[in-house]
Design a protein around this ligand. Sequence first.
Ligand code: COA
Ligand code: ZN
Length: 310
Amino acid sequence: MHPSKVQITEVGTRDGLQSEKTFVPTDRKIEFIKGFTAAGLQRIEATSFVSPRAVPQLADASEVVAAVRDIGPTIAALVPNAKGAMRAVEAGVDEMVVFISASESHSSTNLNMTVDQAIAAVEPVAEIARQSGVVLRAAIAVAFGCPFEGDVPTSTVSAIATRLIALGIDSLTLGDTTGMASPRHVEAVCGRLLTDHPDIRLTLHFHNTRGMGLVNVLAGLRLGIDQYESAAAGLGGCPFAAGATGNICTEDLVYMLSELGIETGIDLEAMIRVAKEMERCLGRSLPGQLMRAGPRTRLHPIESVRRAVG
Ligand code: COA
Ligand code: ZN
């Protein structure tokens, strides 16, 4: 049985933009977030409070959050350490997301820390979250496989979850950072997590690197999981993992969910308009598919086709 309602978190201005070489001006990022809000998104992972040397594209995290903190949706941001947490709280985030890799090699390229060090770095972040009343969430990157080490045992993912839960996280995202997951694998990893940690709220974060993104969502829905992350226009990718490509695309996901009769509260046409705006801003074609043809209910005037065919 599918859930009847799904919450989508838009990560387009965070995961989506983090690998873009050309700096997207701060006011454009703010406009995109306002566009997501107008389309009905209620949770937005707006940016990351990471080292600007590691991710120069997101060096304007404080300005972006300050401009959107009061526009309505829950504003979340990634934080890798106490310095990031302090910056995030000062800017006014509602939620901080710590991120731990499920493999040592991804942890060292992404965070320059071992997995143990990265988990230890969550402690001061958790303390800052407690003191400031900001919600603390966690994400496990490469939870469905690592581009350097291959398969990651489900027991490893579950053991990391145990340690994060002990630190007081409010919910957990499983990230398929480089699109390694497939439906059977989603069942195995999420099934294990749901068995070992029945009280934790799971969110799934898929990349469409190998074309499996939406079928993986379907596998998650069958397990009753009702929170997913996606990026407008299918933008995205991790700069610290070779071959990484776009997130699953928000409009495509909303379309699939609406065809399944699952409520998201998102206005598809408004979402398509923001996705097209992002495409124009970046100056290239982006992977989202629905923004080309529109939903099947959008009919096209036959005259325009006759003219085009000649
Ligand atoms: N915000 C701003 N600056 C930060 C920072 C933060 N959260 N954390 C560290 N810095 C600064 C330090 O002040 C220091 O600056 P300085 O050289 O001018 O004194 C510099 O960055 C290096 O700090 P250090 O603690 O030695 O970090 P590092 O070089 O080992 O990098 C991370 C560790 C975690 C900060 C860095 O790898 C990072 O930001 N990674 C983010 C990766 C990411 O976003 N991945 C995508 C998500 S999947
Ligand atoms: Zn991602």
